[in-house]
Ligand binder design. Structure first.
Ligand code: ADP
Ligand code: F6P
Length: 325
């Protein structure tokens, strides 16, 4: 097998996710192990355009596996949407001799990488880094496990108050277009209802269920709603009008779900994926996202990783209904 890729760049782009640092560490150290020069590109595509690119060494990634956020920082970059911006970025890579890229980010970042590689023929490997888990071709995304565990811890605490006061809590969790954080954290905390954007919420069914619970004096209720479905305040407005007996409160968990030390699971998948990204460049793979499916590395063309979303199985929703009665 030939090894054409000698200098690689690694960047984090889009929303940060816990475990990104573990992935950077794995890319840097696997690259160095294989005799490559490795560069860190600061602030996602912005650093690529502004030539904010720094050499990375084994010690540059010391003591970061346990840290949330990203040492390379991350950004959303408007200029990269335009060919002009991507050309500037590519020229900077070329000047440094960078001939392979590892992009840690979400589907937007992969869309950008796909365009860059099509226009300038530079191999790009994507690692799914997003708390939302809304990317096809992988069972896990870096950051999801930590985020969902943060949500579980918070919801458990809120349930104490709900129970003490006989209250109904509506808890809004993150997930721009995806309900995975809501679904996993909701099932794990015994939520009575889970509202996700993948399924249209039947408001009548929700209200009737709460009225029925109120009749049998079940007053403690937790409703977990994904921000992509509708805002927690919107749900509260409906419930306050239609179920006035419920003592309703709203809690938006927000960005606490994005930060914090990555879980063991996120450190592990980030390490495996980072290692595999460099191996893939060595093997001559172009423009794939590295995923893990059934505990094996799985390669999805970048353009497919961006288009398809994961599907939420009907079984999961049935479980919610049966267990939260
Ligand atoms: P994420 O990667 O978390 O989904 P975004 O959707 O915000 O985050 O995308 C991150 C960055 O990727 C954008 O700010 C932009 O620089 C780049 N990007 C996203 N979509 C495209 C696109 N269609 N063409 C070029 N670049 C894109
Ligand atoms: O994609 C991750 C995510 O945290 C979404 O769940 C959320 O909608 C979005 O990013 C918020 O992004 P930001 O706070 O960076 O604008």
């Amino acid at each position: 097998m030939e090894n054409k890729v000698t200098k690689i760049g690694v960047l984090t782009s889009g929303g940060d996710a816990p475990g990104m640092n573990a992935a950077i560490r794995a890319v840097v150290r696997t690259g160095i192990y294989n005799g490559m020069e490795v560069f860190g590109i600061m602030r996602g595509y912005s650093g690529m355009i502004e030539n904010d690119i720094v050499p990375m060494h084994s010690r540059s990634v010391a003591n970061i596996i346990q840290r949330g956020g990203t040492i390379l920082k991350t950004a959303r970059c408007k200029e990269f949407f335009e060919h002009e911006g991507r050309k500037k970025a590519y020229d900077n890579l070329k000047k440094l001799g960078i001939n392979g890229l590892v992009i840690i980010g979400g589907d937007g970042s992969f869309r950008g990488a796909h365009k860059l590689s099509e226009e300038f023929d530079i191999p790009c490997i994507g690692l799914p880094g997003t708390i939302d888990k809304d990317i096809a071709g992988t069972d896990f995304t870096i950051g999801f496990d930590t985020a969902v565990n943060t949500a579980v811890e918070a919801i458990d605490k809120i349930r104490d108050t709900a129970d003490a006061h006989d209250r109904l809590f509506i808890i809004e969790v993150m997930g721009r277009d995806a309900g995975y954080i809501a679904l996993h954290s909701g099932i794990a905390t015994g939520a009575e209802n889970i509202l996700i954007p993948e399924r249209k919420t039947d408001i009548e069914e929700l209200v009737n269920g709460l009225l029925e619970k109120s009749r049998r004096k079940k007053l403690v209720n937790i409703i977990v709603v994904a921000e992509g479905d509708r805002g927690g305040e919107d749900v509260a407005k409906i419930i306050k009008e239609r179920v006035p007996t419920a003592d309703t409160r709203v809690c938006v968990l927000g960005h606490i779900q994005r930060g914090g030390a990555p879980s063991c699971m996120d450190r592990l998948i980030a390490s495996r994926m980072g290692y595999s990204a460099v191996e893939s460049l060595i093997e001559g793979r172009h423009n794939v996202m590295i995923g893990i499916v059934n505990n094996k590395m799985h390669y999805t063309p970048l353009e497919k990783a961006v288009k398809a979303k994961q599907k939420i199985s009907d079984d999961w929703l049935k479980i919610v209904k049966i267990l939260a009665s």
